[in-house]
Design a protein around this ligand. Sequence first.
Ligand SMILES: Nc1nc2c(c(=O)[nH]1)N[C@H]1C(S)=C(S)[C@@H](COP(=O)(O)O)O[C@H]1N2
Ligand SMILES: [Mo]
Length: 322
Amino acid sequence: MLIRRKKGWEIPERDTTPQSVYQNRRQFLKGIAAGSIGATAASLPISSALAQGAASTADLYPVSRNPAYTVDRELTEKAKALTYNNFYEFGSHKSISQAAQAMNVRPWTVKIDGLVENPIEIDFEDLVRKMPLEERVYRFRCVEAWAMTVPWSGFPMKALVDFAKPLSGAKYVEMETASQKDTMPGLRQFWYPWPYIEGLTMAEATNELTMIATGIYGEELPKQNGAPLRLVTPWKYGFKNIKSIVRFTFTDQRPKSFWEDINSDEYGFWANVNPEVPHPRWSQAHERLLNNGESVPTRIYNGYGDYVADMYKGMENEKLFM
Ligand SMILES: Nc1nc2c(c(=O)[nH]1)N[C@H]1C(S)=C(S)[C@@H](COP(=O)(O)O)O[C@H]1N2
Ligand SMILES: [Mo]
């Protein structure tokens, strides 16, 4: 017998509303408090922290977990997820967490441009305080066949798309990572096509699974994991999950991503997880869990086919799985 798991939107409203209403109200009140700092002596400590340019979104976390997105795997230990990283701007190996602490993440300006009603530049803190934050536990599968399971905090990318008000001609969203020559030694590796670029179709960007993460393990996102904001598309290989984003451009042209530009025979635009389509140099049938090195079978769309497979109907001529 086929037991169908309930999707998020099928959970009765009474099960989800009270918590989210409470959460949004709490964030709204915090927003008011933040907006009025400096007005009273009582708010002075926060005020001076802001004046020094200190990171000041820590108050937003933890956010409430959306119970629709849990998985049947153990969470990866926090220490592992925060010290085994891929972030070529800081080096082409996995031990970049120390080097990444040099990155400047305040102030952080996010540009939204291209085919939108009103192109804008917005401070990250203003942006994140407008967005509906929640926590979701997702699987994560790197194209190199390691995998983790982590609780991301952030907001559905659809909320950012709605905020951007794309014009009808927009077909893709192109995203760009910051280029900080002074803090990112990887940028001196001139043979790479910096800056790191990634892209999604509008359908992918507005799919309910697609998140902009601003936190992990109930805290602000650490620099090595892509502070202050990064993409999370759990049904795609890890390299699609672009970190430390400074630009969202709505366009009618399919973006050429960093890895596609380096080697289009090995890395494509779609990069959907599929155990049956090997990488040219290794199998994708299994994945190694960061927790204990255990090898487990990889699942089509990384287990998220119910949410995403429909988007690729009729696209059999595309290289959907690389
Ligand atoms: N800007 C940028 N984003 C990036 C990368 C990178 O090198 N630079 N690596 C990607 C790859 S290959 C993976 S597997 C994930 C790793 O995310 P994590 O370090 O948070 O696990 O980040 C992705 N995003
Ligand atoms: Mo990766």
